[in-house]
Design a protein around this ligand. Structure first.
Ligand SMILES: *Cc1c(COP(=O)(O)O)cnc(C)c1O
Length: 375
């Protein structure tokens, strides 16, 4: 049997019939840039998330950069995030001239350790970026109350959590702004690069709409030093078609995750992570961790990955290098040992295949081979 790490063709088949005439209409009108589908998608996304504004942009990284620009974050400001996220959560901070500050993770939630986050706040801290990593929403009740108490802005990185919820509210509806990536492999994924920003703040939304399009509220009226970071009309149509299926597809991911969890619960050499109480996880990734004890006995994460690969099973690591140790951030002065939980996490995690369209048989095959490896 073959179980690829990701299979996006299943999704494109589901929307092929309705997308084709929509794309043809865009071609007929040559509405490639700022076409009507962009607005339609933005309105549908805002309604789905329960926010006032959704602003389409070119990708998730730009969503983060433009958000920080719109909130006035820049040189002299510190912005705190976790070292176990994707590079862009922190590189965006550096791109606006601010300083990324990392704090260690709680190994149980795999996210902010709230006490360590609090300890990382200084007089220069301007904002915090909670990342809804792997589709598991952060405890936004605690995070928002901490941010309020300390007077910090909240920029949600919801790039991996389209449709996820905390306390019955959608990920992407808590922060001053929230950032989404619609990279093809995300839960809501385009046929190329795409991204979006959500906010309830009318003024920030107006600034963002200018920033993404050369600072123009109207053609050639350049009020701000903006960027070219628009959402393509063709991608907006794809995303609008897929948004209508998102809940159903997230449901399929949840079914797959539940099956993995039940099949793997007896494997003593790994740690699995059920949905956190109070949340609705959307299982962007299914990440397991190999215990220190198993690793010490030669049953390492890398050996597991290689074994699964030999059985025709694709795996991945999200992410192998904690960000405080990557060369691009060497100027920040962090050293190995600064965040022991994050470092040991990165050296022991493995992402197993999960996506809408994966079969029960495929999941059983993967779980069976994980079991066999440790037997
Ligand atoms: C994908 C991702 C991004 C970046 O999005 P792009 O669209 O690839 O620029 C940022 N943060 C996280 C957590 C992501 O998963």
């Amino acid at each position: 049997m073959n179980v690829p790490f990701l299979d996006l063709s299943w999704q494109s088949k589901q929307i092929a019939g309705t997308l084709a005439p929509r794309w043809q209409a865009i071609l007929d009108k040559t509405a490639y840039i700022n076409g009507p589908d962009v607005k339609v998608f933005e309105e549908n996304l805002a309604r789905y998330l329960g926010v006032r504004h959704a602003i389409g942009v070119a990708n998730g990284t730009d969503a983060l950069i433009l958000s920080m620009k719109a909130l006035g974050i820049g040189p002299g400001d510190e912005v705190i995030t976790i070292p176990t996220t994707f590079f862009a959560s922190a590189s965006a901070v550096a791109h606006v001239g601010a300083t990324p500050v990392f704090c260690d993770i709680d190994p149980v939630t795999r996210n902010f350790d709230m006490a360590k986050l609090l300890a990382a706040v200084t007089s220069r801290t301007k904002a915090v970026i909670p990342v809804h990593l792997y589709g598991q929403p952060v405890d936004m009740t605690s995070l928002v109350s901490l941010a309020r108490e300390k007077g910090l802005l909240v920029i949600e990185d919801a790039c991996q959590a389209q449709g996820g919820e905390w306390a019955g509210k959608k990920a992407g509806s808590f922060g001053n702004v929230a950032c989404f990536s619609f990279y093809p492999g995300k839960n809501l994924g385009a046929y190329g690069d795409a991204g979006g920003i959500t906010t309830d703040d009318d003024e920030v939304a107006a600034t963002l709409r200018k920033l993404r399009d050369h600072g123009m509220p109207r053609k050639y009226e350049h009020e701000l030093l903006g960027y070219n970071s628009r959402l393509d009309t063709l991608q907006a149509a794809v995303l609008d078609e897929k948004l209508a299926k998102l809940d159903e597809w997230n449901g399929l991911r949840t079914k797959a995750a539940d099956l993995y969890l039940s099949l793997l619960q007896g494997v003593a050499s790994i740690v699995t992570y059920p949905q956190r109480e109070g949340s609705k996880a959307v299982w962007h990734l299914f990440v397991i961790r190999v215990t220190d004890e198993a690793q010490a006995h030669g049953k390492t994460r890398d050996a597991l990955a290689q074994y699964l690969n030999e059985q025709g099973i694709g795996t991945n690591i999200h992410y192998p290098y904690p960000l405080h140790l990557v060369p691009a951030f060497s100027h920040l002065g962090y050293r190995k040992g600064d965040f022991p939980e994050a470092e040991s996490f990165a050296s022991s995690i493995l992402s197993l295949p999960i996506y809408p369209g994966i079969s029960e048989e495929q999941i059983r095959y993967v779980a069976d081979h994980v079991q066999r490896f440790f037997a």
